[in-house]
Design a protein around this ligand. Structure first.
Ligand SMILES: [Zn+2]
Length: 249
């Protein structure tokens, strides 16, 4: 491990924004969870939770560029919070629901909603999952209208399960420490991909990825970047809180 690398830290303002908005997300999810009476109401609650993203991105954008490290970190943290909340909401309903999932309705959704939707990578970042859920919900609307021989409630319940399966896959990559480590590393590249150089170019090359050690021995990754257009160089760092879990495998 190389020593003495300057760490990229989140500012106090960014941390505060994350904390406040995370609490607002939790409150909204809590409130939405109390109004689930039918599969249709669950889907509309899910849309409500997903729509909170616009507010979070807007708030981040007021103080930070969404093409800069701080803004991207805020958005990723809040995306994760929202998706975890949504997963808890859906899972809670599915556990309590008396109605059974109709396998034929589930098969119809798998057939109709999956093609055309970009496959999620093995370690997706929150925004990828968000867009996948939103596009699935959009494609679901005409399906209910067409019916395909199912009553709406059967399709709606199948849709609740469909969304939950997507969220389960994501949350698993964020919950198990070892998997979480790989997910953290995969996110580093998803951050670089969204960074914009002050020259306006949106493409950085990763010149070097180095495993470093902080003052108290905590491991972190440093990525040395170079703008593909103007050649400007910069470094960003990422904490690796689950690095040691991986070593204990
Ligand atoms: Zn540049």
């Amino acid at each position: 491990m190389s020593q003495a690398s300057e760490k990229t830290e989140l500012s106090a303002q960014a941390r505060k924004l994350i904390e406040q908005h995370a609490q607002a997300i939790d409150r909204a999810v809590d409130e939405a969870s109390r109004k689930l009476s039918s599969p249709a109401s669950v889907l509309s609650a899910a849309c409500g939770v997903l729509n909170l993203r616009a507010r979070d991105v807007g708030a981040a954008g007021e103080h930070f560029s969404v093409h800069e490290y701080q803004g991207i970190e805020i958005i990723d943290a809040l995306d994760e919070r929202r998706l975890r909340g949504l997963r808890a909401l859906l899972a809670g309903y599915v556990e309590r629901a008396r109605r059974k999932l109709d396998p034929a309705a589930a098969a119809l959704l798998a057939e109709k909603l999956t093609p055309g939707v970009k496959e999620l990578p093995q370690y997706p970042v929150g925004y990828m999952v968000h867009y996948m859920l939103v596009s699935a919900l959009r494609a679901f609307e005409p399906l209910v209208e067409e019916g395909h021989g199912f009553e709406p409630a059967a399709l709606e319940l199948a849709m609740v399960h469909h969304l939950l399966a997507i969220l389960d896959r994501y949350v698993q990559t964020r919950e198990k420490p070892v998997v979480r480590h790989f997910s953290d590393v995969a996110r580093e590249y998803a951050v670089v991909h969204r960074l914009k150089c002050p020259c306006g170019a949106e493409k950085y090359d990763v010149k070097l990825q180095a495993l470093c050690q902080g003052p108290s021995g905590e491991p972190f990754d440093r990525l040395d970047l170079q703008c593909k257009d103007c050649g400007a160089q910069r470094s960003i760092t990422f904490d690796l809180p689950h690095f040691r879990d991986m070593l204990q495998m």
